[in-house]
Design a protein around this ligand. Structure first.
Ligand SMILES: Nc1ncnc2c1ncn2[C@@H]1O[C@H](COP(=O)(O)OP(=O)(O)OP(=O)(O)O)[C@@H](O)[C@H]1O
Ligand SMILES: [Mg+2]
Length: 267
């Protein structure tokens, strides 16, 4: 609910005005004549877990790539906390506070989880790149590294080479690397993909902790994950927004049910 900055109806104090963390206007990406993202007007409110769902090929990952600057839009605009970042390179958008989870393919088998998190912390800080300060901060960083590994349950395996970790543990490490950046806005693309029930449950809890005090945009095909976490859900189909609302609203929407009929195998 949007609140007036002037005060509540009874003149008492009001909670802070809700801000929009990420907004797109008519955002469009055309790949060789194919409209992968088509006139999308998305509004992600600060502090929400906002889920993006939709059948395979709906444009969810492309939208993430646009929001993080990895792909330039064909037309339309992107704002982060009301600042126009359209066309900015990924590192500038990251500095505005938008980070995505690392892909599993970016992990190094011979390095430990601890070493991965150390590298992530050294790479970027809130003030930007700070390689030159890393030695001075080493003591403080050790505590931070262990806090981050503890948050994802990896402390017992902190010094094990990543090549020896199970799939779910690698995905947990990816999340801790994204957390190391402490971004106000975190984009998670299918954090539970390929996981068994137990790892899915653990990841739901983890994302819930990650979401405390920040904005999360989440893509996931698992409706249990979406239903457990999302404050708001946007359904994409063929690059366009098909429906939007809270989880119960969209899952009872006839158009959404129809869009998913061909996808029954996918949960
Ligand atoms: N670099 C590219 N060049 C050409 N076409 C692309 C490119 N990236 C994505 N596409 C196409 O855009 C459409 C949307 O793809 P996208 O990966 O965004 O879908 P998605 O919703 O993330 O699907 P999934 O649920 O399978 O991950 C697909 O038809 C895809 O083939
Ligand atoms: Mg995708």
């Amino acid at each position: 609910m949007r609140r007036d900055p002037g005060g509540g109806p009874d003149g008492g104090p009001v909670t802070a005005v809700e801000r929009v963390a990420v907004r797109t206007r008519d955002l469009t990406k055309v790949f060789r004549g194919f409209r992968a993202v088509d006139s999308v007007n998305l509004e992600v409110r600060e502090g929400n877990v906002h889920a993006l769902v939709g059948p395979n090929g709906a444009g969810k990952t492309t939208l993430f790539n646009l929001l993080t600057g990895f792909v330039a839009p064909t037309s339309g605009t992107i704002e982060v906390f009301d600042e126009d970042v359209t066309g900015r390179p990924p590192e500038q958008i990251a500095r505005r506070g938008v980070a995505r989870s690392f892909q599993i393919t970016s992990l190094f088998d011979s390095l430990t989880s601890r070493e991965h998190v150390e590298l992530a912390l050294q790479g970027t800080g809130r003030q930007g790149f700070r390689f030159w300060r890393s030695e001075k901060l080493l003591g403080r960083d050790t505590a931070r590294v262990e806090e981050l590994l503890g948050q994802v349950g990896l402390m017992p395996l902190a010094d094990t080479p990543v090549g020896a970790l199970a799939y779910g543990q690698k995905r947990a490490l990816e999340l801790s690397l994204a957390l190391a950046l402490d971004p106000p806005v975190m984009l998670l693309d299918e954090p539970t993909a390929g996981m068994g029930t137990e790892d899915v449950d653990r990841t739901i809890e983890l994302v819930r902790r990650i979401a405390a005090g920040r904005t999360v945009v989440l893509v996931d095909h698992n409706m249990r994950v979406v239903g457990s976490l999302a404050d708001r859900v946007t359904v994409l189909q063929q690059g366009r927004i098909l429906a939007e609302g809270d989880y119960d609203e969209v899952r009872n929407d006839e158009r959404v049910i129809t869009a998913y009929l061909g996808e029954a195998h996918h949960a």
